[in-house]
Write a protein that binds this ligand. Structure first.
Ligand code: ZN
Length: 239
């Protein structure tokens, strides 16, 4: 059973009525409901919990971390960023959603600013599948239409992705690399763009399916811990 921790900042749902209307149980609640039928063991954590709810114990018991944040990136504790970063290198999977692109964690993993263009104009987004062979798009058609979303546009200041899974088109004319995979150490990372807090994106069945597929894809490969450092020869070395 894959152990998933859904981390959501959970500040806008409490401070803005329009967001609370779309996500009465929080964004983390909607994502949990959307992927629960896959049989994952789901835990949720939020910014205002002690250590942002991401203690070493919680991370040690997490196979895949899903991360949504926006308003409090600067206030996120640096020591906890380092702790998550280390767990990813050890093999924990990470799914970074939407405005998580500007989190300290994602910037540290990418080594770039992760800047982009943005606009809130209730416009249509069409996410085209750019890699139909990839497990993350299992069960998904040629594209996903979202009637209203925030626009994110190129240039997106990220390293060239290992795999480009989705390319978004927006009604206003921009395009964006909306689904990108990376490997860092033994961990797999998936960045997935949609999910501005006042649109019902995480109630969309296809978006939920992509997140479920991504949990399975980013889950760690079970094997003994990789060894680094001095190594005794396996065979006798002839002098
Ligand atoms: Zn947003």
């Amino acid at each position: 059973m894959i152990k998933v921790t859904i981390w959501n900042e959970y500040l806008r749902e409490k401070s803005r009525e329009d967001v609370a209307k779309v996500y009465p149980d929080g964004i983390h609640g909607a994502i949990a409901d959307g992927i629960r039928q896959e049989g994952f063991a789901i835990h949720t954590a939020t910014f205002n919990e002690p250590e942002h709810g991401l203690t070493q114990e919680v991370l040690n018991d997490t196979d895949v971390l899903i991360y949504w944040g926006h308003a409090a990136h600067k206030e996120f504790n640096d020591a906890i960023v380092d702790r998550i970063y280390k767990r990813i290198h050890e093999g924990m999977g990470l799914i970074v959603l939407h405005s998580g692109h500007h989190s300290k964690l994602f910037q540290k993993l990418m080594g770039t600013s992760c800047d982009l263009l943005w606009r809130e104009a209730d416009e249509k987004e069409r996410l085209w599948v750019a890699d139909p062979s990839h497990p993350i798009v299992e069960g998904i058609g040629p594209y996903i239409d979202l009637p209203e979303e925030e626009m994110y546009g190129e240039h997106f200041d990220i390293p060239v992705p290992d795999e480009l899974i989705f390319i978004s088109w927006f009604e206003g004319g921009e395009v964006f690399r909306s689904g990108c995979t990376y490997r860092r150490g033994q961990g797999r990372i998936f960045y997935f763009r949609p999910g501005h807090e006042n649109y019902p994106t995480y109630h969309n069945k296809e978006i939920q399916r992509v997140i479920s597929n991504a949990v399975k894809w980013t889950a760690p490969v079970k094997r003994e811990k990789t060894f680094y450092g001095f190594h005794e020869p396996l065979e006798q070395i002839k002098k």
